[in-house]
Design a protein around this ligand. Structure first.
Ligand SMILES: Cc1ncc(COP(=O)(O)O)c(C=O)c1O
Length: 307
């Protein structure tokens, strides 16, 4: 299957989308990215992009922080993305990676007097983590204490250190704390605990990326299961005593956490509420729940894809 990228304001084969070695973003982390999923509905032969608009809203917020001026509106970014995906002709679950970045081939730590650019590409991507359950560690790497609500490339280095620390410790994912020692998030996911039949998750003060999946899960828990979520500081030790724990994110969808630092969570298997939410979410992202129709962007506008 040919892969394409939107790069330098045109669609090009992926292999032709290349950056120079002096590109500013590469050296100083001066880029803002998003992760978006397209989910294949085989019955309808349709690919549904999940919450496309909200992802580009967050990207443009990040652009404001990094002084990146994109000449595109949200609508244009959405249209470019749909066109790119349709051009690739995917008939499977995909991941979409937009990046807005400082594109000048110029060195020097700054945000001003630099050119800005936008690229987006997409590729087939199945589950990021094992959806039956993962082992986590609480990382020794803390969340940076100044965290804008955006996915800024340079701010991901602690997350990368934390993830590799987890893998080296025979686990699958890292949970990061804030400098004050409260639970913040996974290296690429938000975190929820089940306590006394309700959901608990860190709030904005806990320096995590306020996830679009996190928001979807809170709304679905309320609408589909009648379960409310409390946003509050979570102490480190609460991780060990929760009856269930799960991670949420565009890449990871809803992933049960079955062990943290060697402590079994609940029964040591995915919990009941987690399973129910996983089921509801897997239907929602495939465009199967009309209650959330404003979250779906179908790629194949002229009817279902053909073989
Ligand atoms: C650090 C971090 N936290 C949380 C999330 C979850 O955000 P979303 O649900 O919008 O994908 C992500 C990414 O996708 C992330 O990278």
């Amino acid at each position: 299957m040919p892969l394409y990228a939107y790069f330098n304001k045109q669609f090009v084969p992926m292999t032709e989308a290349r950056l120079g070695v002096m590109t500013h973003c590469l050296h100083y982390g001066t880029g803002v990215f998003e992760g978006i999923r397209g989910n294949w509905n085989s019955d309808e032969r349709q690919l549904y992009i999940f919450r496309l608009n909200e992802h580009y809203q967050r990207l443009l917020n990040g652009c404001r922080v990094l002084n990146i001026n994109l000449s595109h509106t949200i609508d244009q970014l959405c249209r470019i993305t749909v066109e790119l995906i349709a051009k690739c002709g995917f008939e499977e679950d995909i991941y979409v990676r937009p990046l807005a970045y400082k594109s000048s081939e110029a060195l020097g730590v700054r945000l001003h007097n630099l050119d800005d650019a936008f690229m987006v590409f997409a590729f087939p991507w199945g589950p990021y983590l094992d959806t039956n359950g993962v082992r986590c560690i609480v990382s020794s790497w803390r969340r940076p204490s100044e965290t804008p609500q955006a996915k800024i490339t340079g701010l991901y280095v602690n997350n990368a250190l934390a993830k590799t620390e987890a893998i080296k410790n025979n686990s699958h994912e890292a949970i990061m704390l804030t400098a004050s020692g409260y639970v913040s998030e996974g290296s690429g996911e938000n975190i929820f605990l089940v306590q006394n039949g309700g959901l608990v998750t860190p709030g904005v003060d806990d320096l995590m990326v306020v996830g679009i999946t996190r928001d979807a899960v809170m709304r679905m828990a309320h609408n589909e299961l009648g379960i409310e979520t409390t946003e509050r500081h979570i102490n480190h030790s609460e991780l060990y005593t929760a009856s269930e724990c799960f991670l949420t994110g565009t890449a990871a969808n809803i992933t049960p956490v079955v062990e943290i630092d060697g402590h079994k969570i609940g029964s040591g298997e995915a919990g009941e509420i987690t399973r129910k939410l996983q089921k509801a979410y897997s239907e929602v992202i495939k465009g199967q729940n009309p209650r959330y129709c404003e979250w779906y962007t179908p790629v194949y506008k002229n009817g279902p894809a053909t073989k």
